[in-house]
Design a protein around this ligand. Structure first.
Ligand code: SF4
Ligand code: SF4
Length: 281
């Protein structure tokens, strides 16, 4: 049986909030019962983009993580409120609109905060993946249709086929656990991994000059891990390093100059190595 899956690409999202606006446009003031009643004007965001920043000045990077109900296969909300949650054969998780009325327990049933309490109507609500449109033959929900950069996409296929896509595109879940989400992420390292960055220079004719030919080698306990080169500004970045992964050794190499060796520990933040200047051999 084919099922719906959503893919969010952090390398493409620019935080324009078109997805949020499209969701509001579709659901505010429109009752799509029995799928869902109308959404509140301002309070609830069934889809939203969170701004995350890594690094420190001047080596910073901003990314946006777009989050919505993950339509979990092993949904904690369904475990907590089995009578009020509908798991459709096509993978979409809906709330039973009649049983969601007055059911504050249901509003607390999602550990990821994706079930909202609609104070105006006194009901629990969440993203329906625009099932009312998909059931009419639409190929994608409104948020996906509205994303100008195709940072959001949906795939309607057998689970076995999607598993191949997951492996090929290295898709990852946003949250750890056994909930088996149907919303997966590409380039999630922009949110949950660290980078080491810095600048390199040397003195030429008395002037500090970008060390554009410098090579940077990263290792841990003598095991080589990655290497890169400084760019046209003499700057470098080594990315996708796990948080709290230990102490790394950096070797900065430039022909005709003394090799610089530094050690750095990666904890929760991306370390900034500052600007290092090569000395003549
Ligand atoms: S993300 Fe939350 S609301 Fe959505 S299916 Fe999973 S547990 Fe339920
Ligand atoms: S519409 Fe697309 S690019 Fe804009 S915030 Fe949403 S996911 Fe990101």
């Amino acid at each position: 049986m084919k099922k719906w899956h959503m893919v969010v690409d952090l390398a493409k999202c620019v935080g324009c909030y078109n997805c949020l606006l499209a969701c509001k446009d579709e659901h505010v003031g429109n009752s799509w019962l029995p799928y869902t009643d109308s959404q509140q004007h301002h309070e609830d965001k069934w889809i939203n983009s969170k701004r995350v920043e890594r690094g420190s000045v001047p080596y910073t990077e901003v990314a946006f993580v777009t989050e919505t109900c993950q339509h979990c296969d092993n949904a904690p909300c369904a475990e907590r409120c089995p009578d009020a949650v509908i798991k459709r054969p096509d993978g979409i998780v809906l709330l039973d609109a009649a049983r969601a009325k007055g059911n504050k327990n249901l509003a607390d049933a999602c550990p990821y905060g994706h079930i909202h309490w609609n104070e105006e109507l006194g009901t629990a609500q969440k993203c329906t993946m625009c099932a009312h449109l998909l059931d009419q033959g639409w190929k994608e929900p409104r948020c996906v249709q509205a994303c100008p950069l195709r940072a959001l996409s949906v795939v309607y296929c057998e689970d076995s086929e999607f598993e191949k896509i997951v492996e090929k595109q290295k898709l990852k879940p946003l949250t750890d656990g056994s909930n088996q989400p149907r919303v997966l992420y590409r380039n999630l390292y922009k949110y949950n991994k660290c980078f080491i960055a810095g600048g390199l220079s040397y003195i030429k004719d008395g002037i500090e000059t970008a060390a554009t030919e410098a090579k940077i080698k990263l290792s841990m306990n003598g095991v080589p891990l990655k290497e890169t080169y400084a760019d046209f500004l003499g700057e470098y970045k080594i990315d996708r390093l796990p948080k709290n992964s230990g102490t790394y050794t950096l070797e900065y190499i430039m022909p005709g100059y003394k090799t610089i060796v530094k050690q750095v520990e990666i904890k929760e933040e991306s370390p900034n190595m500052g600007c290092l200047t090569f000395e003549k051999e």
